[in-house]
Design a protein around this ligand. Sequence first.
Ligand code: ADP
Ligand code: MG
Length: 244
Amino acid sequence: MSEHDATQEVVRLQGLRKSYNVGTPTEVEVLHGLDLRLQRRDFAALVGASGSGKSTLLNLIGLLDRPTAGELFLLGQPTRDMEDAGRTALRGSAIGFVFQFHHLIQAFTALENVLMPLMVAHGKPTEEHLERAHSLLGQVGLKGLEKRKPDQLSGGQQQRVAVARALVTRPALLLADEPTGNLDSKSAAEVFELFRKFNREFGCAVLLVTHDPRMSEQCDRTITLVDGHIESDTALDSNPASGR
Ligand code: ADP
Ligand code: MG
């Protein structure tokens, strides 16, 4: 963590709104003006009932979708009016994603899947990239399995490949949407531990959507969405200044 300022602002939302089906009879606003800050040190759970807007918010923060109003700053840069190419480049360099379903490429080995984000950004992998991917696969407990294809790995192992892939670019922010929802409790706990470890060691902010109270209770901060509003944002006593 030492190479980064733990209090560096990674995300800032200002009056962020999102409507779907804009300009049609079914137009509906699902996020109603959110304000939020995340710093590098943050390890935050995003919780709320189904339909409260968690995935919508993650997609906005991850630059996969654009807000209807308000602004989203990523590493200090306003993103709302950024052109697509700039958003794609910023997403690729600053953000790692882990979804409930890992979306690994079945035809690729574990190592090739982990290398993908670097190849998208830089083309043919360098020696340093290969070392980094190997090292990450080791850190997620998959040493020796680098050449396996996804269908030769367990569900928990596949999700660990997805975690390594999300971190290979050394992002400032890791977004995870119900990353353990599809795993047995032992694998889920292992994947959660990886997030903790990377937050601690790489200083990468983590925003984790989860339904599992056992998981949110182990986060430093819990942000609760109710019907598209932030109803509460609480820090654990051990990390009182967390984020805000
Ligand atoms: P969560 O992840 O908390 O379950 P979502 O962000 O998926 O919530 O959804 C929030 C609300 O937005 C829900 O009412 C959902 O039906 C609606 N919604 C999500 N995506 C779309 C879409 N593409 N078009 C229209 N409505 C959507
Ligand atoms: Mg969702």
